[in-house]
Design a protein around this ligand. Structure first.
Ligand SMILES: Cc1ncc(COP(=O)(O)O)c(C=O)c1O
Length: 390
């Protein structure tokens, strides 16, 4: 079949996460689902909050005339106004509907942003480890992903970022709470990064965008995620309801731009235009109406907190080291002998599935997603002990 060479190449190196997911399905068929400890996929199994179902039924029943028509590519103005208030509160700025563009999840939002800002050869700096799809999203639009290391505790290494800034830098992409480490970047780190980007902009005449991917903003275990839009003028936030409200199949999210971004009208028009020409046209209509009424709703993060505690107990007993997560639902663990692929194979022999850190640009580590029932975590203990020779 005549598919593009670049796609053939991507298919060959296709996501390790998906591969593990398929492997999980194979093993479940062979050994029974209850005997496989599948921690491979970040697919939230915690149900959306009860308010979602009530609002969903109400919106479906109301079904006002025209509610299935095309709309402004940015989304319904009233929905954007509601989300502007929410995002403004979270980011300590005053936003209105004109700062919000509804998106098809965070993935759609990120593609819209990169389509809008990248010229051929432009670079996006990201800290390693990083969400595996970022490279494709950047390369989709002619950009180059430039990974830099983090500090040993997985906080951003602002100096490392600074050392890779150049006139080609279109943006610095951050993700907090972070997939796969669960790290939340402290306010002081964000302030230092903002300073660094400001200084670079002053010197070279091009201020990189600070692009914050926040699909886990509401899944935190202590406190809140510090604001981004308030700390740097040229910032753009991407949020989504895939994890925050457990609605990944509904493909709904939004982009929020800083009220002080330079040439705001052009940037916003570019984002709206990209939404259209990428073929999204607009974010799903019914879901827009629903999330506008759920600005106060949250998934029950106490479920994730309990699973985290249970998982830590299992890892501690097995002697596996991990990064302490502040949020999201992943544990990033050190592979014995720093060989993540060998460790994943050994785990698989005991029917445990995790994703090698190599898939996130960080060999030597393995990610476990705890989007599974607590009992599965508890029952995995013997398999972990066996893997570790205990
Ligand atoms: C860090 C990160 N960004 C973006 C996405 C894509 O999210 P969405 O389902 O909202 O497109 C994910 C999904 O797992 C993610 O982990």
């Amino acid at each position: 079949m005549p598919v593009a060479t670049s796609i053939k190449e991507s298919l060959r190196s296709s996501s390790l996460i998906r591969k593990m997911f398929e492997e999980g399905n194979r093993l479940k068929k062979l050994y029974g689902a209850e005997n496989v400890f599948d921690f491979s996929l970040g697919n939230p199994d915690v149900e959306p909050p009860p308010a979602f179902h009530a609002v969903f039924l109400k919106c479906a029943q109301e079904d006002p005339k025209g509610s299935h028509s095309y709309m402004q590519n940015a989304g319904y103005p009233a929905v954007r106004e509601a989300l502007a208030c929410k995002a403004g509160r979270e980011h300590n700025v005053t936003l209105d509907a004109d700062h919000i563009i509804m998106s098809v999840g965070a993935a759609g939002g990120l593609n819209v942003v990169f389509k809008s800002i990248l010229n051929p050869g432009d670079e996006i700096i990201v800290s390693r480890p990083y969400f595996v799809e970022y490279r494709s999203y950047v390369e989709n639009h002619g950009g180059t992903l430039v990974p830099v290391d983090t500090l040993p505790d997985f906080n951003l290494d602002v100096q490392a970022i600074q050392s890779r800034l150049s006139p080609k830098t279109a943006g610095v992409l951050i993700n907090s709470p972070h997939n796969p480490t669960g790290r939340v970047y402290p306010a002081a780190t964000l302030a230092a990064l903002a300073d660094c980007l400001c200084n670079h902009g002053k010197q070279c005449g091009r201020y990189p965008y600070l692009i914050a991917d926040e699909p886990y903003r509401e899944i935190v275990y202590n406190g809140v995620v510090p604001p981004v839009l308030a700390v740097y003028d040229e910032s753009i936030v991407i949020n989504s309801y895939s994890k925050n409200l457990s609605l990944p199949g509904e493909r709904i999210g939004y982009i929020a731009v800083s009220p002080t971004i330079a040439d705001k009208e052009t940037v916003v028009n570019a984002l709206i235009h990209s939404t259209r020409v990428l073929g999204f046209t607009n974010a799903p209509a019914l879901m827009q109406r629903i999330v506008a009424e759920l600005t106060e709703a949250r998934v029950d993060t106490s479920v994730y907190a309990r699973r985290l505690a249970a998982f830590k107990k299992v890892l501690d007993a097995a002697g596996i080291e991990y990064a302490q997560p502040d949020g999201a639902f992943y544990l990033f663990c050190k592979a014995p002998d720093a060989d993540d692929k060998a460790f994943v194979e050994r785990l698989k022999q005991n029917l445990i599935l995790g994703v090698p850190g190599t898939g996130f640009g960080s060999p030597g580590w393995v990610r476990f997603a705890y989007c599974v029932d607590e009992t599965i975590i508890e029952h995995s203990k013997n398999a972990f002990l066996k893997t570790m020779g205990k």
